[in-house]
Design a protein around this ligand. Sequence first.
Ligand SMILES: Nc1nc2c(ncn2[C@@H]2O[C@H](COP(=O)(O)OP(=O)(O)OP(=O)(O)O)[C@@H](O)[C@H]2O)c(=O)[nH]1
Length: 482
Amino acid sequence: MAFEGLTERLQNAMKRLRGKGKVSESDLRDTMREIRLALLEADVNFDVVKDFVKTVRERAAGAKVLEGLNPAQQIVKIVDEELTKTMGETATPLNKSTKIPTIIMMVGLQGAGKTTTAGKLANRLKTEDKARPLMIAADVYRPAAIDQLVTVGKQIDVPVFEMGTDTDPVEIVRQGLAKAEEDHNDYVFIDTAGRLQIDEQLMDELARIKELAHPDEIMLVVDAMTGQNAVATAEGFNDKLDVTGVSLTKLDGDTRGGAALSIRAVTGKPIKFVGEGEKMSDLDVFHPDRMASRILGMGDMLSLIEKTQKEVDEKQAQELTEKMRENTFDFNDFLDQMEQIQKMGPMDQLVKMIPGMANNPALANASMDPKDMDHIKAAIYSMTEQERTDPDVLNPSRRRRIAAGSGRPIQEINRMIKQFNQMKKMMSQVSKGNFSGMEGLMNQSGMGGALGGKMGQMAMKSMSRRMKKNKKRRSKLRRRRK
Ligand SMILES: Nc1nc2c(ncn2[C@@H]2O[C@H](COP(=O)(O)OP(=O)(O)OP(=O)(O)O)[C@@H](O)[C@H]2O)c(=O)[nH]1
């Protein structure tokens, strides 16, 4: 099994923190030493280990004690996040040319899995994107290599261009590309020669092929089982060819993890795919976050941690609901809400996540312009503390002052206050469990319109999260009163 030793050692390193209410300096030091040894033993590059441990230690020492998470859980979370970062954070797709064909040049040492990976990728594009790839056999040094590519081609029903072993590989590639043009293939894979070790002659040949073909992707294939050697190979190929992506093969074997964890950090090039078997379908997109949880072997623990965190967020949300229910939701709360929402990302996407809102025609065109948010904020910033907490005092002269202070027209301020009040009313209704009038209220108040729409959306977002929980809590309260 891949990563077995690493997983076990990392788990052991963090186990010692379990059940501790507080992590002392020496606990942390011991844990970090264990993590460091675990990574080194897994053949992770020394510099990568050094940086990793340093970052985790700093984050762990500086971490505020998050409510709801114990110290061990927090450190697991930090280690998980940093592992993910080390491997590149997010999945990186295959490069694609704007006009066909997209040319993918496969490079790597002999036996790394170039031919197999070319076949797997071609197969994937064919089945998922209905692509029509062509594969060029440019390894003229081993007749068996051409046969192998031809066999793979038959297996996945993808044509192979080959000229035997007597033609210069660059010439083969030139003619192969002409053939692809003629046949309108949308992808071309160039299967190049490998050696047991990097040598000048091979590199020169690859450089000549690169110069001729201008590949969109130079995919370096490395065998994950070879640990530090894989990393050295990657560096060598990258220095000479400036590769664009890496495929790690044989992750189904008992690789220790060094290659997966070091390549990105050492070469700066993303791992794009991983091979996990010999079958043509055994190819996966490389997801750093999933790989990190797999290495940690703490899938359950990590989802628990996430859940706990969410609940802490919900506790804050609960306080807000309380205010809504008691009708004391004011402009300060509104400002808080807005700031939270702004941190979360584009408004229209958030709205779509609300159950039942994805297809709501009232919100169809209500996308959130950050400028509008800023205008609302500016208006609230121009209010006095009293006005924020007690919006009823907002008489015409105060409104004029706010308009002048925020540089917004008075009509806009009036509209905003009116809609805030309607929203507040709506919120208090909803929080009391009265959903029926909501839609009518939304339309009546022009919530689908510009400013109100946005306020409405924000309110909807916070409400939807709370409704369920609140309902439960209210019935509990009722029971208690009885
Ligand atoms: N278990 C496993 N085997 C793999 C994987 N990828 C490739 N292989 C095997 O590794 C061996 C070498 O793969 P090839 O595709 O022939 O390697 P190559 O880089 O093209 O090698 P040359 O053509 O000799 O330069 C084959 O037996 C493949 O079946 C993988 O992800 N998992």
